[in-house]
Structures are given as structure tokens and as C-alpha cells.
Design a protein around this ligand. Structure first.
Ligand SMILES: [Zn+2]
Length: 99
């Protein structure tokens, strides 16, 4: 029924991680600096000067109240917690007044 087909590819490189990073944002910033440094280092070798190291950030939308991943029911109301639902309702009221 299903078969695996190759549709795209990317290179992977491991860079040293900052063990003292405060959080993921701090860690990402550190890696971006490492990537810049390595790209500059590679650029010095003229035969490989088109190589570039990129850090791809992945984001996920999470509730600022409970920390759960964003999930909404069919009418757009959050399903994770009461605070999110209340804020959503307040936003709708504000939008109604404005519009
Ligand atoms: Zn929530």
C-alpha cells in the first residue's frame, strides 16, 4: 500500500552545545554563533567557500498559562485550560467592539 520515496534531503552537522545555556533560546543563539564562526572558517578554504552552516529554528505554539501545545476546537476556542478559554472569549469581545 505504501512505499517510501525520497522527496528531499538536507545535510546535518553537529556543533558543540553550550552546557551552561539558560534555556533553549540561549542555546539556539549559541549555536547560531558557532555556525557563523564555522561558516567563516570554511570560507577561508576557497574551494569550499560556497558552503554555509544554517541553524534551523523550530517553533511550536504553546499556551502561556498551562504550557500545553496549542490545540483548538472547530470554532477556534482553545481546549487546554480555562484561562486560555477566558482570554480567547475576551479577545472575541474586544474584536467585536472594534469591528
Ligand atoms: Zn492552557
Amino acid at each position: 500500500m505504501f512505499k517510501k520515496i525520497l522527496i528531499d534531503f538536507h545535510a546535518e552537522i553537529e556543533l558543540p552545545r553550550n552546557r551552561f545555556a539558560r534555556d533553549v533560546e540561549d542555546q539556539a543563539y549559541f549555536l547560531e554563533q558557532e555556525a557563523k564562526d564555522l561558516t567563516a572558517f570554511i570560507r577561508d578554504h576557497r574551494s569550499r567557500d560556497s558552503y554555509q552552516i544554517n541553524i534551523i529554528r523550530e517553533y511550536e505554539s504553546v499556551c502561556s498559562f498551562c504550557g500545553y501545545k496549542e490545540e483548538r476546537d472547530t470554532d477556534g476556542t482553545p481546549v487546554c485550560c480555562d484561562k486560555a478559554i477566558k482570554e480567547h472569549e475576551a479577545q472575541i469581545k474586544t474584536a467585536d467592539k472594534a469591528g
